[in-house]
Design a protein around this ligand. Sequence first.
Ligand SMILES: [Zn+2]
Length: 290
Amino acid sequence: MKLLNIVKKINSSAIAISILFVTSSFNISSTKPHNNPPINSLSKVKVICLDAGHGGHDFGAVGRKSNEKDLNLEVVLKLGKRIEEELPGVKVIYTRTTDVYPKLYERPALANKHKADLFISVHCNSADRDVRVRNSRGKYVNSVKRNPQVRGTETLVCGINRTNEQDVAIRENASILLEENYQDNYNGFDPKDPSSYIVFKLMKRQYRDQSIRLATYIQNQYAASARGNRGVKEQGLAVLATAAMPAVLTELGFISSPEEEEFMMSTEGQREIVDNLFQAIKTYKNNVEK
Ligand SMILES: [Zn+2]
């Protein structure tokens, strides 16, 4: 059976977590095809894990005036404070609170260890692309093709199908390439090879639906604040793949757009973004606890 072969091949503990979940949901759906999955484990939001993308040696996307890793952290710390102040009884855990780099697989592992009910990874997008161009002496050199006009927000959940574009995932998963021994930790997954993304299909259905729900609330909030809305997408994101809870990765805006970079750097912009994320979390919490 295909699934068993996959289970045999994959033995890294990080990936194995998601396999365990998919195996159990597979069994449930094969014996009771018309039953909805149990929602007991999703009925309360008591622990939220906030993940500021990148950090340390991994700068993430680089803008004209700022680095993604710093903007992510500023927003995450403000969001965590807001949650602690206004949602008593909810505990916030952080994958980082300073300029350090936890490996991608360690981030959802921390959320799993603390039995978090939500995992939210915060990032900034970039439309700038590395290209090879000929210089004046006719030699090929690395350069950056800027796309300052591309703007907007998007929120991703982990998943893949054949028609998926993997643009955000390829860029965000590239952090893995800066990690030592990444072949061991991700079981041979190659961030540059889209065909290896098939492993990310294995997300528990129940978490997928709830992740899409939270992602939709987040995008609705951005849209209500008149931000560009690029929608909810499903891509093979390593940082979400092994989370044993609903998990999303939100792109706050394009650091490659001078206007959006200014907005994301500003106190007022960060206040609005934090408010958007907070309201979405609150809506989600009220909804699942009804
Ligand atoms: Zn990022």
